[in-house]
Design a protein. Structure first.
Length: 604
């Protein structure tokens, strides 16, 4: 790392020529008019501007690069430096002070697009430094300022003569010696006796500061790793949106010279991800709503992590890597060739997962307990392929999945779990001796956890909801058959409360505080919920009549929700709660393949 102090004039020349460009992961962003004026005032006062940071390329950019906004003439050149920090400052100064023929593309105080020219009022600029902010003036593209509905002109700078008469120096020519001299001559001729001393003062206190202004600059060597570039960028851009790995890989993949040489163009990672995501969501809505954006539901980061797990698995099997991993460094070290080779396998794996989740009666993204748990599962499916469909294969995946959900194993730090689950689940599916995933052995479901499962914030809450559907729950209005993936969507099925809180508060005793528990809820259609007014003993008669069933047949429908119908007819909340909690614990035990745990006086 080296520290340099180039003159601002030289830096802006490098921007114009393309010697200094942006890595393509930098986002476009416009500074507003007021911030640009304050920035210009800082330069004219020779006050510190702040350090900028750049990465040396060594003649071969590690990323796809692009010029700063307004410097498109330098886009054919391979940059010498890539700007990591200082984009907004240098873009604003380049457009305001260096670009001769175009106004600055900015926004006004209301966020509305604005094209502006910047001037400095000579009289005000040669006064107190405290007035310098007021001396910087912006005018619209026409160079005419107007006010009011009548568009009364308050300042007209549309010709050089009018600029000189108003004493307003155009800052876009400040680094052009010839044009500045020509402007000075015209300005002095307006009133030689008064304007010559003004100009001499202006040149000494303003123009000389701008022309000699230096910018502290940190240059990172070309050998800096991608992980370090990413970390540095995030740390120095504390006021911006955090950079994610997908954006960094978009730039590195686009800059892959072997791909450019072979295919004659840049690799478009966002387009590839768009096609994959649309393919998955068009068939399985659990992966997200295609109208809501590419990172709604299954995200680009999830997909990249699955690819990294698969790649590091292969490298470990070949003896080239010590462990399976999907940490950020693994993603940043992912070669484009490997991504292009492995991405189709991971896409196929996620498509299989969509079918697996559908068989678990999880069909909407809002009902998915853990999105993150799908990442190692995708890698496992890509590794073992059709072995998941062999004898016992899906049963073991199902047990692993429900232990992860009901044991709430994917709610904390998960990268190390990703790695262990990939290796252990592969071995378990292949029936390797003494191999059982930690997620299966470590998962615990406490009986009392049912009391506290009250919202969708819990994976176990969503899990029990799905298991109730999977084991054969029939809707209380649409009674033509058990709920299934299609009916969940068609009938707008959701978790509905069985006993209303107002009634429980007045009539229950032991379990009043558990009224919002999943025990007192069940999956039902929106239409059924509209008939559920009052207590069960009342509204069940209405639902039974609407169904056209005999009462005993309708009781059988109620029982498909693991509910004793008699306790609803008598509106006995305490008995209902205890009986249903026991049946739900049996459901949990069956899914996890292990007993639930009762906490005793010692804590277990």
């Amino acid at each position: 790392m080296s520290l340099d102090s180039p003159q601002l004039k030289k830096l802006l020349q490098d921007v114009a020529s393309g010697a200094l460009q942006l890595p393509d992961f930098q986002r476009e962003w416009k500074w507003d008019d007021e911030r640009i004026k304050a920035l210009i005032a800082t330069v004219t006062l020779d006050y510190p501007l702040g350090v900028v940071m750049a990465l040396q390329t060594g003649g071969s950019s590690p990323f796809r690069a692009r010029t700063l906004s307004g410097a498109e003439g330098g886009e054919r050149r391979t940059p010498d430096l890539l700007l990591l920090d200082g984009q907004q400052r240098l873009t604003s100064l380049f457009q305001a002070l260096h670009r001769l023929d175009k106004p600055v593309e900015t926004v006004d105080g209301r966020g509305k697009d604005l094209k502006a020219w910047y001037y400095i009022d000579i009289a005000k600029a040669t006064g107190s430094p405290a007035d310098r902010d007021d001396a910087i003036v912006s005018v619209p593209e026409s160079r005419v300022l107007t006010v009011g509905s009548t568009r009364r002109v308050t300042l007209d700078l549309s010709t050089t003569e009018l600029e000189c008469a108003a004493g307003m120096f155009p800052l876009n020519i400040v680094f052009d010696t010839q044009r500045t001299t020509e402007w000075q001559q015209k300005y002095v001729m307006v009133d030689p006796a008064a304007n010559w001393p003004k100009w001499a003062d202006f040149q000494g206190t303003v123009l000389n500061h701008v022309n000699s202004f230096v910018v502290p600059m940190i240059n990172l060597p070309a050998s800096t790793t991608m992980d370090a570039v990413c970390a540095v960028f995030e740390r120095v851009n504390t006021g911006g949106v955090p950079l994610n790995v997908f954006e960094l890989l978009t730039a590195t993949f686009a800059g892959d010279q072997s791909h450019i040489a072979e295919f004659g163009g840049y690799y478009q990672l966002p387009e590839e991800w768009k096609h994959i995501k649309q393919r998955l969501t068009s068939r399985y809505p659990v992966f997200g709503n295609p109208e809501a954006g590419l990172d709604d539901g299954l995200s680009s980061s999830d997909f990249l992590q699955a690819v990294a797990l698969l790649r590091t698995w292969e490298l470990k099997q070949a003896g080239d890597l010590a462990s399976v991993s999907c940490k950020r460094r693994d993603l940043l070290n992912l070669p484009l060739a490997d991504f292009r080779r492995l991405a189709p396998r991971i896409a196929d794996a996620f498509e299989w997962i969509g079918g697996f989740l559908e068989r678990q009666c999880i069909v909407r993204s809002g009902d998915l307990p853990y999105r993150t748990q799908l990442v190692p599962l995708a890698a496992v499916r890509a590794i073992v392929g059709d072995e998941t469909d062999g004898p016992g294969g899906e049963e073991r995946i199902s047990q692993w999945y429900w232990n992860g959900v009901l044991g709430e194993m994917y709610g904390g730090s998960i990268e190390s779990r990703f790695s262990r689950d990939v290796e252990q689940l592969v071995g378990w599916i292949r029936r390797e001796p003494n191999v059982v995933p930690d997620t299966v052995t470590d998962a615990v479901f406490l009986d009392e956890r049912l009391d506290t499962l009250t919202t969708r914030n819990s994976a176990a809450y969503k899990g029990i909801y799905a298991l109730l559907i999977k084991q054969g729950a029939v809707d209380w209005y649409f009674t033509e058959g058990p709920l299934n993936p299609s009916r969940i969507v068609t009938h707008t099925v959701d978790v509905r409360q069985i006993f209303p809180k107002s009634w429980v508060d007045k009539n229950a005793s032991r379990h009043t505080k558990h009224v919002y528990s999943i025990v007192n809820k069940t999956p039902l259609s929106y239409r059924a919920s509209k008939s559920m007014a009052g207590v069960p003993g009342s509204y069940l008669k209405t639902l039974q009549l609407e169904s056209g069933m005999r009462p005993e047949w309708f009781d059988d429908v109620i029982a498909t929700h693991l509910i004793d119908p008699g306790m609803l007819h008598t509106s006995d909340f305490d008995q209902f709660y205890e009986n249903r909690a026991k049946q739900l614990l049996d459901l949990v035990q069956a899914a996890m393949g292990k007993r639930t745990v009762v906490r005793d006086s010692s804590g277990w």
